[in-house]
Design a protein around this ligand. Sequence first.
Ligand code: DWN
Ligand code: SAH
Ligand code: ZN
Length: 417
Amino acid sequence: MSQPVSMSGPRPGRCRVCDADVVEFLDLGAQPLSDAFLTPKDIGHEFFYRLAVGRCTGCTMVQLMEEVPRERMFHAEYPYHSSGSSVMREHFAATARRFLDTELAGTEDPFVVELGCNDGVMLKTVHEAGVRHLGFEPSGSVGRLAAESGVRVREAFFEESSAADLRRREGAADVIYAANTLCHIPYMDSVLRGVDALLAADGVFVFEDPYLGDIVERTSFDQIYDEHFFFFTARSVRAMARRAGLELVGVERLPVHGGEVRYTLARAGSRQPSPAVAELLAEEEARGLADPRTLDAFAERVARHRDELVALLRRLRAEGRTVAAYGATAKSATVTNYCGIGTESVSFVSDSTPAKQDRLSPGMHLPVVPPEVFAKARPDYALLFAWNHAEEIMRKEEDFAREGGRWILYVPEVRVV
Ligand code: DWN
Ligand code: SAH
Ligand code: ZN
């Protein structure tokens, strides 16, 4: 294992990027670990923290007010498998091919490093192309699956010490990549020093994470949970990059996971920023994305959507309808615990992940069952917790709708389809 970094971090209310004051704009209350699916003996021993979000008065970075120690979240039983969605498998295969065909074309003996490679969903393609690579993956449960498909994995957190160690042993990386991982890392200073130690002079650091612009636009408040510490914008990422001697040279909006942005950072002066960077910065400015009033209005909509969802579930229950849920997402911990959705309103959650099945959802203890149980139970309604995979799931479960079942969505609005 690599060296520990200061896990407690600065006092709450100080920015984890620039140390200026952070002002809270949304409190989602006491929450359990979003990916801690329980066995009956775990009941009564759950870890709770206060889930609240604020905005930095200096660099505008939106971030959690309280930090959960990383070992509580990412460990040998981490249950999320990135390859559980065919859309995501294709997304990451295309990402790898893009690196191989453009960024790395012509580079002699290229080296690709990934933070949070999970089950190898992206690096598998890099490995199959015979390209040198390494994935950092602290969660042994999923890292093992990556290794089984031939991917080189280091069971460690990426941070300054582990990155510098890799640089000494294997040389500089041409591409450092992180999908849905950088936003999980409060100790950003250490990670950026690690990137500085490891990145080749003309290399790129590419990462993609849920975009604050989409979260605000769609009121997708369930993107806020323990693992999602930062909520990036082009503006806050550019400020963060500059503090580390890096420049934001590319941005690309992605449709996956309900709306993300892929950011490309390079050493300052090594590349010309693409016009898309200035365009997105201007769009954010025009939308007032960094304006506290925009975030206060978002917080008001969150409370309204909660009230509407709770009212809908109460009405369906009064009418004697049966309601199940679909997708035991990490995101749904926020929804169920913030809205108080327990087994009186949703009888179970269907999920295809073996590590989540036959367990109880964190905090509200909804039983998680395999999809076959969902098909047999034929509930009247299904609350789609995995709304980001709506198309894929509705296609897979077309029998449900054909036989009269209705989907309940709560992003971007509470509605029945
Ligand atoms: O950032 C993160 C993202 C990438 O993944 C992590 N912090 C944790 C995790 O978040 P999540 O659990 O909200 O991710 P998903 O991809 O929305 O989870 C989908 C869930 O639904 C999985 O448990 C698998 C399940 N599923 C299913 O049962 N049938 C998914 C699909 C596509 C299906 O057809
Ligand atoms: N890249 C995958 C996985 C996202 S889940 C995808 O997009 O689907 C986030 C992953 O990051 C988890 O597997 C977790 O174990 C890992 N992780 C958390 N902190 C990390 C760190 N400091 N370095 C590397 N991986 C980390
Ligand atoms: Zn800041």
